[in-house]
Design a protein around this ligand. Structure first.
Ligand SMILES: NC(=O)c1ccc[n+]([C@@H]2O[C@H](COP(=O)([O-])OP(=O)(O)OC[C@H]3O[C@@H](n4cnc5c(N)ncnc54)[C@H](OP(=O)(O)O)[C@@H]3O)[C@@H](O)[C@H]2O)c1
Length: 195
């Protein structure tokens, strides 16, 4: 069992913390005033901050993040007046984080899943969803795969896309959320790959 720090204490943290606690992990919630201590104590750190703030905030935490696995599930977007993403702030946020944190092992996952409660309840959809891993460190991806299994993501639902350079692809999905909600209504949904 691991010590996991969730950096950010919003919707995502509220969804993931009880699920990982129930799986036996020790979970620390990194509220604004507790980001440094939480990151320093944990073995695995989760970026549950707004994407727009992630590079600056996590960059300041580089010493506390050294050597650790960073699960990055953030979407860095400019929001339109309706609250939906209109454009990406980075061509590849996870890759930008990996450059900022060369001694941290960044793995992108879960950012295509919403609302946050679905991250910890993927079996609730009519069809099994997929989530995508991008990262340069094979061991870090194994660690994240284990954490996803603890949330209920079965073998076969976790698709390894390769290195962090490929994270632009799952990150782009956020741009389709507004038209999908316009088409489907505000229902939980996630990507699935039929094969
Ligand atoms: N919610 C979803 O369905 C979903 C799905 C996929 C991906 N994501 C991604 O997951 C991330 C978190 O989403 P969320 O819905 O949990 O967001 P949220 O509810 O808005 O929570 C964000 C958290 O980050 C903190 N925060 C904001 N700016 C900060 C800063 N400059 N320094 C330190 N802490 C800061 C907030 O603190 P305060 O409360 O003090 O402001 C809050 O605890 C985002 O990148 C989002 O794109 C979310």
């Amino acid at each position: 069992m691991s010590v996991i720090a969730l950096l950010g204490a919003g919707n995502v943290a509220r969804a993931l913390a009880p699920a990982w606690s129930a799986a036996g992990h020790e979970v620390l919630i990194g509220t604004r005033d507790r980001l440094g201590p939480a990151a320093a104590t944990a073995e695995i750190v989760v970026n549950a901050l707004p994407g727009a703030a992630s590079v600056e905030v996590l960059g300041r935490l580089a010493p506390q993040l050294r050597g650790k696995v960073l699960l990055d599930l953030a979407n860095a977007v400019e929001l339109g007046p309706d609250g939906f993403a209109t454009r990406l702030l980075y061509a590849n946020l996870a890759e930008r984080l990996q450059q900022e944190l060369p001694e941290t092992r960044v793995v992108k996952a879960l950012n295509t899943v919403g609302p946050a409660a679905l991250m910890a309840d993927p079996g609730s959809l009519a069809a099994p969803p997929a989530t995508f891993l991008c990262g340069d460190d094979a061991d870090a991806k194994r660690v994240v795969t284990g954490l996803l299994a603890d949330l209920g993501w079965p073998d076969g639902s976790i698709i390894d896309l390769g290195g962090v350079a490929y994270a632009w692809w799952p990150e782009s999905f956020v741009l389709v959320v507004r038209p999908l909600i316009a088409a489907l209504g505000p229902v939980p949904f996630a990507l699935s790959v039929a094969r």
